[in-house]
Design a protein around this ligand. Sequence first.
Ligand code: FAD
Length: 430
Amino acid sequence: MKREVAIIGAGYAGLACAVELARRGIETTVFERSTTLGGRARVVQKDGWTVDNGQHLLLGAYSELTRLLRLTGVSPRRLEHLPLTLCIPGRLRFRAAALPAPAHLAVGLARARGLGWRERFSMFALLRRLKRNRFRLPAETTVTELLSDCRQPAKLRNLVWEPLCVAALNTPAHEASAQVFANVLRDTLAASAAASELLIPRVDLSELFPIPAAQYLATRDGRIFTGNAIAAIAPEENGFRLAGDPAGHSWSQVVIATAPHHAAPLLASTGACSGLATQIAALPAEPIATVYLALGAGVRLPAPMIGLAGGPAQWAFDRGRCGGPEGLVAAVVSAADAKDRDALDAAVFAQLERELGCRLPKAQWIQVIVEKRATFACRPGLARPGIVTPLPGLWLAGDYVESDYPATLEAAVRAGADCARRIAAARTAR
Ligand SMILES: Cc1cc2nc3c(=O)[nH]c(=O)nc-3n(C[C@H](O)[C@H](O)[C@H](O)COP(=O)(O)OP(=O)(O)OC[C@H]3O[C@@H](n4cnc5c(N)ncnc54)[C@H](O)[C@@H]3O)c2cc1C
């Protein structure tokens, strides 16, 4: 007998797809290669410490993820909600005011320390210009070109726009797509005050959504097989067989919900999607390194999340202020700066001392986690694939699938949920 839907990959995209299918009463089975749920957003246990494979920041604009968290019964308290805050010790202090948009920004900027009036007006001028153009830009423009066109002062670029660009797109400004950056600004800074809130998980990233998603599936006849890689997809009449499916079922629909570098060989294995496989394999990737430093009780950063100006890290998170152990700092080294792993922990420790202007106690525990292919490099004019493949019944879901957003949790769950809607529509049309 044919089974309904097989999903390959239990990252945020695959699980969003599974939850949305289950909500619609469609039978779903997820195959996950790892024994841990969450993919590139998962818990890591080491030396008795529980951390994530990388510190993540969510935004109030993550509407689809927020919907799925509600649907799967996740308490809003699992996320630390902060007003948009940019704190770079000794250089910049900005906090959006508790007012409706755009007053939250205007008042926040008026009170900000570290920016002159020229920078404050320039920031609004850039947002105004983007709004006037309905946030549409020539596809080939980079963020650096956009900032130059809008005559943004060097200080504003260095302290605000470039760090925001790397944080959101994981791509340096001179290589990053201005269009995608504009999309992010449209849905955050230029939207409601709630949309620009910073949301920091107070639980690990497997606990945040993947585990509640698995529990939701378990109550709706959904199945998840972990430690179960799928090696190839074989099309057959009106369906597919999967090499690695222990029961050897025939599946009506298959969703490839893996990272792009795993999706390409699976597509190629069908023998009918080589063009799409080549397109996906060509997507450039960027690394992210997270340096965890356990500095002990009594160590607090000036804010739950601070910006760091001098490199190698761009941001540091005080895990102790977000549900974690006191004194645990997670420093994020994005994009190109994450490539050189050697002595990264020592460099980040020295950077923290320098930028906080104080001596720190010796770290009791240090862990450097480098994700070499954390996200695709969000360059201008990138050809991202859609959800549909040349084979009817074979679909793609993942953070790299065509969307307004860069590779983020929100892009991943939007693609997963969209894919579920397409599958449901295709079933109805049959
Ligand atoms: C260090 C780091 C920091 C990040 N920071 C942020 C952030 O601050 N904010 C944000 O929004 N996003 C951030 N991201 C991006 C975000 O984590 C990803 O966009 C998102 O997790 C991608 O989800 P996905 O489901 O598309 O893919 P993945 O998470 O890669 O999931 C794919 C799953 O498929 C499985 N799989 C692969 N091949 C097979 C196979 N053959 N058979 C079975 N299973 C298979 C994998 O094991 C994996 O579990 C960060 C990413 C990293 C790595």
